[in-house]
Design a protein around this ligand. Structure first.
Ligand SMILES: Nc1ncnc2c1ncn2[C@@H]1O[C@H](COP(=O)(O)OP(=O)(O)OP(=O)(O)O)[C@@H](O)[C@H]1O
Ligand SMILES: [Mg+2]
Length: 350
């Protein structure tokens, strides 16, 4: 395969700045003096990351960390700043302020060391049309300095793991979207990185391919890899993530386990109460109660958004009964993850 088919600058990260093939890890290790102190099991750490483009605050003071072997879901609407922060983490761009650390190494001060341990799957595949899948992976294996048996073994493993073995000889131009995504994941895995940065890997995949992707990502985490994965869709990531972060307009609005975020927002419920006598009077009195919002009356039914714990909900019902209203039915709808996402973000697109 001729290497001219690839843009040299694209070689390692699927984008700008180029990196020379990396040497032996121990050489790099001795050259690095700036290892930053981080909590032992923090594998990715964003430290007050900022990135401005003119007036646009694409990433605005984002801090979070991801533990070794964990999957972190980075969720936000279009223009939230996901790609920008991932590109900085992948050493393709630099922060305006702040820093990001991979395994204790700074993307600003030690980008080569970061690249060595990081696999990046960008949101767009690039334009490698005339090579076949095996050649494509082989090129990246060489770019990462893998040689001989190690390279062959790695190629074999990646083709097997990503389910691309059967299409090794296929030219890239003939691949479907799902196949391309698999190959792209394979490329990001070829040098056995510690950290995987996956920018919307599930976009455009059919449900079956999504399930396969989820399984692969979980398996990578079980093998000790730390994964940062982005999506617009919280439910898509919920099952495979240990932690999620919700970003909008460059700001991180919430982080925690899916349950924590859901619980935080679960104080926000939709309640429906059927009152058999004097529904309008009950509605009026309810409206004055703290935590009751957007109340509507529909025949005997009163619907409203309610902020409070489940005990507060019970207190509302007891209070209605004590006021002499005949409460016949109460139903509470806990917000779905999608509702939580819409509630946390305001749907603002930069
Ligand atoms: N090179 C650039 N020059 C100017 N503005 C940019 C540049 N890159 C990103 N931005 C702006 O930064 C903001 C964040 O963009 P980013 O691509 O990070 O969002 P995103 O969360 O990945 O969105 P999407 O879900 O659409 O991929 C947007 O307002 C975008 O227009
Ligand atoms: Mg993006």
């Amino acid at each position: 395969m001729s290497q001219e088919k690839f843009s040299k600058s694209d070689a390692l990260m699927g984008g700008e700045p180029s990196a020379e093939p990396l040497q032996d890890d121990s050489l790099l290790r001795s050259a690095v003096t700036n290892r930053v102190h981080v909590a032992e099991d923090d594998c990715i750490e964003m430290r007050r990351l900022h990135r401005f483009f003119g007036e646009t605050r694409a990433v605005d003071d984002v801090s979070f960390s991801v533990k070794r072997g964990h999957v972190f879901g980075y969720i936000g609407p279009n223009g939230a700043g996901k790609t920008t922060s991932m590109r900085i983490l992948a050493t393709l761009d630099l922060p305006s302020y702040g820093d990001a650390l991979v395994d204790g190494f700074s993307v600003v001060n030690d980008p080569e060391y970061v690249r060595r341990r990081l696999g990046f799957m960008p949101d767009a595949f690039g334009t490698y049309r005339d090579v076949n899948c095996q050649e494509y992976l082989d090129f990246f294996a060489r770019a990462y300095g893998l040689v001989g048996r190690e390279r062959n073994a790695r190629l074999k493993w990646v083709l097997h793991f990503t389910g691309t073995k059967g299409m090794a000889e296929k030219p890239i131009r003939g691949l479907s979207k799902g196949m391309k995504q698999r190959l792209c994941l394979g490329r990001a895995l070829i040098h056995d990185p510690t950290v995987m940065i996956l920018d919307e890997p599930a976009a455009g995949l059919d449900p079956r391919a999504r399930i396969d992707l989820r399984r692969m990502i979980r398996e990578l985490a079980d093998r000790g890899k730390t994964v940062l994965i982005s999506s617009h869709i919280l439910t898509e990531l919920a099952e495979m993530c240990d932690t999620v972060g919700i970003i909008e307009q460059g700001r991180l609005l919430a982080t925690g386990s899916v349950e924590e975020i859901q619980h935080e927002q679960a104080t926000h419920r939709e309640l429906t109460i059927r009152i058999l006598n004097d529904t309008n009077q009950a509605a009026q009195e309810l409206q004055a109660r703290p935590g009751v919002q957007q109340l509507i009356v529909d025949g005997q039914l009163i619907r409203f958004e309610f902020e409070g714990e489940v005990e507060d909900q019970a207190a509302i019902v007891a209070w209605l009964v004590s006021r002499g209203f005949d409460v016949a039915e109460v139903s509470s709808h806990k917000k779905s993850l999608e509702d939580v996402f819409l509630h946390v973000t305001e749907g603002l697109v930069q």
